[in-house]
Design a protein around this ligand. Structure first.
Ligand code: NAD
Length: 285
């Protein structure tokens, strides 16, 4: 009888530095209009996703909330993330924005609230972080974190409150692998969450010859190989798709594994100039 190949085990959840657990694979909803969000999130929940990543600025929290309410999935089995928009930063502004997001989502508490961007030109991210600490203390949000924070931004909020963010959600995909940031997060005990984990589905990523070859070897899609690479590096991923077949495909990544050679070859695609989104250090929005 043929022996099954060993599968490098990846946990389906990761323990955060506050003791809560977060699914390692979630469903991102950026650019899904509110009118479609209900249908897309319902499909993701049907397939088995339990973590949903939205944001105030995506303008689809209501649709996400409708899908959750109708899903029949117990609230405690879900992990819902939303984010504070830049214009709402500041202590009081953050508290108000949190209430409004929770209301739109029709939830009593949130699993993870993130500061979406440091927006350093505003000079308000430390005050905003203090508000997140308060919301967590009040039990209105289980875990708090940040997004697009560089080392200086992280150091400022940690020094200012002695409170660590549970996650930092940053742009991260094979063509922009953010090794220094990942190492710093690891040293702090902060989970790295990858946004645009598939490089936004761009041809230069999904059509990359190395990735195509590795995918063929495993009889998997390039998207599945990339997501698996993230998981084996310990990143949380939140791929987005509005297409049911892809929503399912992106979820089927726990039953195969990449070997060391595959991992090294994908690591080799990293490019300093591979950033797709804005640079948080200079973004002025
Ligand atoms: P992504 O890397 O998840 O790529 C999504 C695109 O890839 C899709 O629109 C589709 O074109 C393609 N795709 C998806 N699955 C595929 C498959 N199986 N086969 C072929 N093509 C496929 O990009 P994203 O949406 O930018 O990022 C994911 C999530 O990250 C967002 O929805 C959002 O929740 C979050 N995000 C956060 C920030 C932030 O600043 N914090 C910024 C961008 C995105």
């Amino acid at each position: 009888m043929k022996k099954p190949k060993p599968v490098f085990s990846v946990e389906k959840t990761v323990e955060l530095n506050d003791g809560h657990r977060m699914p390692t694979l979630g469903y991102g909803v950026w650019q899904i209009p509110d009118a479609d969000a209900e249908k897309c999130v319902a499909e993701a929940l049907r397939v088995g996703y339990r973590s949903i990543d939205t944001a105030r600025i995506y303008d689809n929290e209501r649709g996400v909330g409708r899908a959750i309410a109708k899903s029949g999935v117990p609230r405690e089995a879900l992990f819902v993330t939303t984010k504070l928009w830049n214009e709402d930063q500041g202590f009081d502004g953050t508290l108000r924005a949190f209430d409004a997001s929770l209301q739109r989502l029709a939830l009593e508490y949130l699993d993870l609230y993130l500061i979406h961007w440091p927006s350093p030109s505003r000079g308000l991210y430390l005050e905003s972080w203090k508000a997140l600490v308060r919301l967590r203390k009040e039990g209105r949000v289980r875990s708090i974190g940040v997004s697009n924070f560089g080392i200086d931004h992280l150091q400022t909020i940690i020094d200012g409150t002695q409170q660590l963010p549970a996650v930092n959600q940053i742009e991260l995909h094979p063509r922009f692998a953010q090794r220094p940031a990942r190492q710093r997060h690891e040293a702090f005990g902060i989970v790295t969450e990858a946004w645009s984990p598939l490089g936004q589905g761009q041809e230069k990523t999904l059509g990359d010859a190395t990735l195509v070859e590795i995918a063929a070897k495993h009889r998997r899609s390039v998207a599945q190989v990339i997501l698996r690479w993230h998981l084996q590096h310990g990143h949380v991923v939140i791929p987005k798709s509005a297409t049911p077949a892809r929503i399912a495909e992106n979820f089927a990544i726990y039953d195969f594994s990449l070997d060391d050679e595959d991992m090294k070859r994908i690591d080799g695609l990293d490019d300093d100039k591979g950033r797709i989104g804005s640079d948080p250090a200079t973004a002025t929005f």
